[in-house]
Design a protein around this ligand. Sequence first.
Ligand code: IFM
Length: 437
Amino acid sequence: MFSFDRQQFGPQFTFGAATAAYQIEGGQKDGRGPSIWDSFSATPGNVRNGDTGRDACNHYELWPADLDLIRDAGFDAYRFSFSWPRLIPEGTGAVNPAGLDYYDRLVDGMLERGIKPFATLYHWDLPSALQDKGGWMNRDIAGWFADYAALIANKFGDRLEATATINEPWCVAFLSHYLGVHAPGYRDLRAAARAMHHVLFAHGTAIDALRANGAKNLGIVLNLEKSEAATDSPEDLAAMDLGDALFNRWYLGGVLKAQYPQVVLDFLGEHMPKGYEQDMATVSRPLDWLGINYYTRGLYKAASKPGAPIEQVTGPLEKTDIGWEIYPKGLTDLLVRVSNDYTKIPLYVTENGMAEVEGDDDPRRVKYYEDHLQAVLTAREQGADVRGYFAWSLLDNYEWAEGYNKRFGLVHVDYKTQVRTPKASYRAFQGLLHNSR
Ligand code: IFM
């Protein structure tokens, strides 16, 4: 059980649970097109155990029971993502009617249960046909993504409570094009520079398309970390500055101030797309809210290997099952920083949670949520306008390069039988939220 009371967050505060299409849907049929995660995960060595999202949690068929779980916990909202290749199998052009029907049922299912739909347009499952044309490295993606956004606005906009364009642009760009950890698996500075700009440019064109087609309450979801230096040495502080700029300031600065940090522009050098400056007004279109995904801090030290710009070190704090330090204070600090230095629009914690070893009894996760919800309350006391909090994740699911090995769910999933079993952390939210909807 959590130690606080829902009332402490105020009557308007939104509590929700989050998922993403590729991580839970399965259902790779009925006209869904291939995505970059299908081929990336089918390539040996990319994903632990060679796991793929082919079946995942079969949310494609089991969604009514999953929505019941959200309702029964007392959550106000469900943060989910649309699958671009399910809706537009080739990425552009023909729309898949079965995909439209599926999301019609899903969104209506939320509304019937009194659950507010918080949608994300892109949570990493790029249609393969667009990757064939360069994907996020191709400037044309700004147009492809805007057309997809217009489809969502026209078909679903009137039923969505809130819509985010992109989930975690750092992952879409840097993790996937420089570090090579996620699809499409590039390790290339030029690829990264292009993706880092195009992902935010496409965010802006999608905001325009959503607005032009009547969608309301628009935002983006950034993954941010609390950047800290391993020591106070000038070298480690400089490493921390670059780490913070690459992870946080590129996205916050671009989207909210039309400005990229100079230290990153220097790092990317000649590889930035020519004339990117002309796009910055689009990159920084006004938003109605900002989503922040928070898990841990980043601890930096000067690089010891030639060629590497910086190094991350593992700190001494208690770790989750994926090895990330548990650091609730970082969430308070981040929310207050964003509020003081970047924007006064409403903030939402759109993801927060921890990987834990398999089991239904997850006291460490209950404590993780308790401490991070407390961190949100502290940030609000310090002036950050935080309007909601979404637990990651409703279900154990496909954790990308970690496959099914890492479990973030409030609800345990037996992948052989697809049986769902609520964990103690689910019951803790139920205790907090029960009878409050
Ligand atoms: O599972 C991911 C999610 O897709 C994006 N944010 C972080 C989560 C945990 O790694």
